[in-house]
Design a protein around this ligand. Sequence first.
Ligand code: G
Ligand code: G
Ligand code: MN
Ligand code: NA
Length: 254
Amino acid sequence: GGWQADLAQALQREELEVHYQPKLHACDGRLSGVEALVRWHHPRVGWVPPEDLIAFCERHRLIVQLGRWVVRAVCRQLADWQRTEGLRIAASINLSPLQLDSPSLADYFDEQMREHGLQPDQLSFEITESWSLAASGAADDFFRVLRQRGFGLSIDDFGSGYSSLSRLWRVPANELKIDAYFVQNVAADPAVQIVVKAAVDLAHALGMRLVAEGVETQAQCEALVRLGCDELQGYVFSPALPPAQLSLWVRGRM
Ligand code: G
Ligand code: G
Ligand code: MN
Ligand code: NA
């Protein structure tokens, strides 16, 4: 504790950072994109646990402001990688359901993309399974607008909540991220392999890519590739990195 009282001011002064975790194509290990993850180094407390930071923002109505700042910071970074390093990178950004209280959110995304000279296929948004599947008409409209404007939409933490398969096909997502729980157990547990294979088939039947996150070992990689996962993300490749380290990592693999 001790950082909460300083957050509003830190947001205003743009003292937060965004780190980027690589996501790879399973077939050849090429970079498919990066997940943007917010980080805050408090001058006295040190690194603030991201879950606590997000939960605090949600409780104290700071999440709309944080969310807008993250989008702007990510757009600025993508433009910078493109302009100064010739790297065209796609990023995904996590969204909280409470950000929907802000009616002009999709317009803000458009505006930021235009301002930074980016194409909408360079940005996608991750929504959690429980949110996407319990969603309201307003959320459905928002998801549709995002896709119509060319942004990606990803269902995060799939398999961790109470999902209704009868609703899944209505969410216009192009990506399904299976929860790290399955990934952790996929190498050793045949029942988990059956579930992962079913998730792959479901994703593909609905026209989505299946991404496995939280991949930590080579044995998990091999099992996931064999089961048909399209993309992989996890500590076995890299944790989330500050921007300069991310571009070094990308160059090191080119
Ligand atoms: O890297 P990890 O510890 O960063 O993330 C912790 C949690 O915080 C995850 O559930 C992740 O989705 C969430 N998170 C990280 N960055 C953001 C963000 O910019 N916005 C929202 N809404 N959630 C985020
Ligand atoms: O909720 P969401 O899936 O957005 O959160 C992603 C979280 O998982 C972040 O906190 C991120 O730092 C973390 N993460 C990323 N790769 C790994 C990994 O290989 N193992 C573990 N345990 N966590 C990971
Ligand atoms: Mn995520
Ligand atoms: Na996730």
